[in-house]
Design a protein around this ligand. Sequence first.
Ligand code: GLC
Ligand code: GLC
Length: 682
Amino acid sequence: MRVPPTNSPSPSTPLATTPPPDVLDACGAELSAVPPHERELFELRLRRWWPDLVGALADVYPEPVQVALASATLAARTFASRDTDLKRHDLKRSLEPDWFQRPDVVGYAAYADRFAGSRAPDPPGDVTEGDRVAPQQVPLRAICDRIGHLEDLGVRYLHLLPLLQPRPGDDDGGYAVMDYRTVRPDLGTIDDLQDLTRRLRDRGISLCLDLVLNHVAREHDWAVRARAGEERYRRYFHVYADRTEPDEWSRTLPDVFPDFAPGSFTWDDELEAWVWTTFNSWQWDLAWDNPDVFVEMADVVCFLANLGVEVLRLDAIAFLWKRMGTNCQNQPEVHAITQAMHAITRIACPSTLFKAEAIVGPHDLVSYLGQGSRHAKVSDLAYHNSLMVQIWSMLATRDVRLGVQALRAIPPVPTTTAWITYARCHDDIGWAIDDGDAAAVGLSGHEHRMFLSDFYSGRFPGSFARGLVFQHNEETGDRRISGSLASLAGVAEALENDDRWRLDDAVARVLLVHAVILGWGGIPVLWSGDEVGSLGDPHWADVADQAQDNRWVHRPALDWDVVAAAHESSESSWSSRVFSGLRRLVRARQGLPHLHAALAAEPAQTPDLGILSVMRRHPTGPMLGLYNVTESPRLVPGWWLQGRGLDASSLVDAITGAPPELDGAGAIRMSRYAALWLTDSR
Ligand code: GLC
Ligand code: GLC
């Protein structure tokens, strides 16, 4: 049993800024079969990233040089076995390091089987016989036949939800991995996965996969060996003989799944001990203070990168490091570990990007893209959880004040990184609203969070939303929310009431939400089904292992009949209106250099508190995004625009290609839930 260190070790001798001879020798041995010019390239990269690697490791481990030696050797082995095709891709990316920041990149996230299950009927659009999905095809192969749909949405980044071998039974949607080197058999094989990355790359699409690195399944080999009593593997986990320490830790630990997995520790009979389990009892947290865990996981990273996986989603990254007396999230060591891991990929497989899944409060978020000495050295991408939460909050209150306050308080991010902007994903929505931000606009954080839960579960009188409460925490009152974008935005409620007008509003809301995420900057990631306003899966509770987890309500199989109908240009159904509106936004975005992620988004209020304004300044001129978050027509006065250096009479809306509508006094008229992306036509 060990107590993780509470202070970072500081080495007594200063660290060398160049790799010592034994490191160069060890790498040289791995690279003996590699041509001299490639060996030289490797060495240049090693020298370039060595200080980042060893420096970060020194903030975490007592013997940083040893860990760096193991890491560099691993990097050399990875480089030596990397496909020529991928090495070429690495060089290509080095010529366009900002590819993921550009406005022509749209993301899409889906479960492989729910997106391209073998049940899927014919693909939409003009298809030739060869394009048809054979019923016997496994999902990883069938996806290749669905690329047309993705291309139509401008998708250049595809996140497939966990597809590596999970534990049997409930597996938290694949987030309980039993084997990182095998694909879940019903989805395909490792060869299928490699083939998929190749085919996607040929079509200009990068594949993102989850790297579940906070925990492994209880059935993973490391956990099996720990249970069998192997000391080396017991040290991969946080293991306690009795409740003394777990009780101490628990005093400050929040409950992630209070409903179905209360507490953060689980007694295991075979282990004859308590083990740290932040999430479910069968997801065992790894002991990241053990350098062996770091090297093992680095090996997994390199393995996936060499299959052609280009973006790794660092799942639940906030939880990696445990520190007594804290909530054990967002500890500084998390960022040091990410920096070291990042350096390894820069040396071995530099086109690999990291995406932080840190669903944390606004003030902890920016560190994941690098602040202070880690500026631009950690993840390349991070979920903009605050933007997502504030979008839903603005829609519920028809007021942008809290959103503007919270979003303005977020410090600028490194210009080489990008946010992932999103409205929905496979998870629930937790109301990550900072009490200080709420107080600054005269609200109680707690009460506002309670209101949002009431509103989005449909309890609040007059609410347009039809979500479900996920994980009611009796102690704190927290209630997170599940539900598809369309049901949270009012489509379900309008259909329930058979009300055409309300349906119009709901569709406009769905498009407004998308306009905000597409008009912010960064990679907007569409959640599968939302592109056609899917209401979710009505049968989610019928599957035994899923019945207690209502996040499955918003993880439906994509209905290709609906997609096919939406592709026809008819505007009749809400699905086709959502789809065509979304496509219009994607097209408009592609032509707006202002949306490059290196530039900052500057949110502001307008005189009308129902309108959000987002300014983006580009050398060619500004872009002003205006969003009416209410169901009534609103005005943006000409004098207010002038104060921002804009002349209403020379503005053009990039979404429609037409000038905005002005009233007699020169104010811009905004219809209900309208979005405008204005640039100066002069
Ligand atoms: C991440 C995933 C979520 C999962 C959790 C535990 O937050 O997005 O679905 O339950 O990690 O792995
Ligand atoms: C917790 C985690 C978040 C995850 C969610 C899954 O909120 O902080 O990372 O998405 O659980 O429900």
